[in-house]
Design a protein around this ligand. Structure first.
Ligand code: 5AD
Length: 351
């Protein structure tokens, strides 16, 4: 009983077969042990701290056509918008007043957001809020683009690898996209000095335990600072409209495993996790998560950043309701902090 979770806690790794058995295990005791160890490890590295990130969704235009995603190019009834520079800066100003010290600029791959435009926004944020971290999540770009944006003041970059198994990657993406390029981008970002986030969806269509193991092994090689994991949730306007959603149990299982394999990683309790269950975020926090990312986008565009059906954008997902989110975090036994919240390896470096 509890052998796999205990061994993973002790050694930080498991052979493939044992990892696979743990991923598939429905043994209640084993799963409870995983939660307990995950919480112990997160407290060892981060205490009870939960870092807040203000999420600014800057564009719902995307030139890609990922089969699972509600803002894919081919989704003709998607509502498209983009924020201009003043609107982005205004979101950050609002967020700063609320106490956020990280801004995440996230968007589809929208060619209107050129390097010049992005560098302008980033340097303005950097000048106005030198005590804040700027995180980007804008998909695949050129090495030169990543380099220029880093130079302009960006600190971190989120780019989920989505699937490290080439077979699964090609079932989730159109032929013009490649796992090879995705990985190349992640290594460039690392090399350029970004704190890097990878990740994938739990319960994506066609995903097997072996695919998940490929994801974990890839991340052991990449050593990302952040890992974004949320359940797959179908979107009605995509080819995956009729596919089954990922479960709460599988998502929590993976969060626990990831906390034990990557003890000091920054691990958000994602919006998708909060969307599949009212207790999702709280359970995520209790299973190793140490980041939450409330939405700072202007209220009138929030519903348009429609990645999957019923995506939460109000209540404690909304930055205005930060106090109720902070209460929720306290009630779960943790403490929301107004800090930049860099990766443990980067803290106290005086940047
Ligand atoms: N369900 C859950 N997550 C999704 N994402 C995109 N579409 C979905 C969906 N249907 C995630 C992807 C992507 C991020 C922007 O959102 O992992 O990296």
């Amino acid at each position: 009983m509890n052998n796999a979770a205990e061994k993973l806690y002790r050694t930080g790794d498991l052979p493939d077969e044992e990892l696979s058995a743990l991923i598939l295990s429905e043994d209640a005791e084993e799963n409870a042990a995983l939660v307990k160890y995950a919480d112990e490890v997160r407290r060892k590295y981060y205490g009870s701290k939960v870092y807040l990130r203000g999420l600014i969704e800057i564009s719902s235009f995307c030139k890609n056509n990922c089969l699972y995603c509600g803002i894919r190019r081919g989704c003709h009834d998607a509502q498209r918008y983009r924020l201009d520079r003043p609107a982005i800066i205004e979101c950050a100003a609002k967020g700063y007043k609320l106490g956020f010290r990280t801004f995440v600029l996230q968007g589809g791959e929208d060619p209107v957001f050129t390097d010049d435009l992005m560098c302008g926004v980033i340097s303005e944020l950097h000048e106005k809020y030198p005590d804040c971290a700027v995180t980007l999540s804008l998909g695949e770009r050129s090495r030169e683009s990543y380099r220029r944006m880093k130079e302009a003041g960006a600190d971190r970059y989120l780019l989920r690898h989505e699937a490290a198994s080439p077979e699964l990657y090609s079932k989730l993406h159109p032929p013009e996209m490649s796992l090879e390029n995705r990985k190349k981008c992640l290594y460039w970002l690392r090399e350029l000095g970004y704190q890097v986030g990878a990740g994938f969806m739990a319960g994506a269509p066609f995903q097997t335990a072996d695919d998940i193991i490929a994801d974990l092994r890839f991340m052991q090689e990449l050593r990302p600072h952040m890992i974004g994991i949320g359940p797959f949730i179908p979107h009605h306007g995509t080819p995956f409209a009729e596919k089954k959603r990922g479960t709460l149990d599988l998502t929590l299982k993976l969060l626990g495993i990831i906390r034990l394999m990557f003890p000091d990683v920054l691990l958000p309790a994602t919006t998708a996790l909060g969307t599949i269950s009212p207790q999702g975020r709280e359970l995520g926090l209790k299973t190793g998560c140490n980041v939450v990312m409330p939405n700072l986008s202007p209220a009138d565009v929030r519903k348009k950043y429609d990645l999957y059906d019923n995506k939460l954008s109000s209540g404690s997902e909304a930055a205005e309701c930060l106090r109720s989110l902070e209460e929720e975090i306290e009630n779960a036994g943790y403490h929301a902090v107004h800090e930049r919240g860099d990766h443990a390896s980067m803290q106290n470096k005086g940047d």
